[in-house]
Design a protein around this ligand. Sequence first.
Ligand SMILES: Nc1ncnc2c1ncn2[C@@H]1O[C@H](COP(=O)(O)OP(=O)(O)OP(=O)(O)O)[C@@H](O)[C@H]1O
Ligand SMILES: [Mg+2]
Length: 200
Amino acid sequence: MPDLNVIPQEHKINRSDRQKLLGHRSFVIWFTGLSGSGKSTLANLLEQNLHSKGILTCILDGDNIRNGLNKDLGFSENDRIENIRRLGELCRLFTDAGVVVLTAFISPFRSDRSCVRELMGKDFHEVYVKCPLDVCESRDVKGLYSKARNGSISNFTGIDSPYEEPVDPELTIDTSSMTIEESAEVLDKYITKLLIKDRT
Ligand SMILES: Nc1ncnc2c1ncn2[C@@H]1O[C@H](COP(=O)(O)OP(=O)(O)OP(=O)(O)O)[C@@H](O)[C@H]1O
Ligand SMILES: [Mg+2]
């Protein structure tokens, strides 16, 4: 039930003022892919790269958000929807603040990613971090695949819960056939174009 006593406030300084102050545009780079595909690795490399160029960034990483802001949410249908709604709102707040947002969530469902795309419009850039399940499983960075295989965790993406591949992502990076450095280079090229395009 909407609260009729909540009245949206106008502010004197807006996103465009903040972007002028910072000297760059703000947008969201949304990494999606299986656990262990390389989302956090690439988000961190990209952030270091952008930071060194004087660009204000922020990483929103799955585990950190689930341990903090979304601590109260589980993995039921309703909680998943609420999780993604809050992530979308976070992206909006951060881009309003002028920040280049890098997100690293598995975000396995197309409908969830579409929700954020709808909310963010042209500021949403989906990067599919593509990697076959067997490669992710052999990396097993967090030991979660072996737990999923022996049944100690359930609803694990790729094992007993689906991952829906992006249909038309802005960028795909195949981390099973590229080195970390090559992957970072592809990303760097994409972002550089984006920053240049956004300045015109
Ligand atoms: N080309 C590559 N790009 C990124 N990571 C790679 C690449 N090749 C190998 N790796 C390795 O794959 C692993 C990816 O782990 P990472 O934690 O980044 O995955 P993730 O997608 O964030 O997983 P999770 O969803 O569980 O957080 C790292 O150990 C990294 O060194
Ligand atoms: Mg990660």
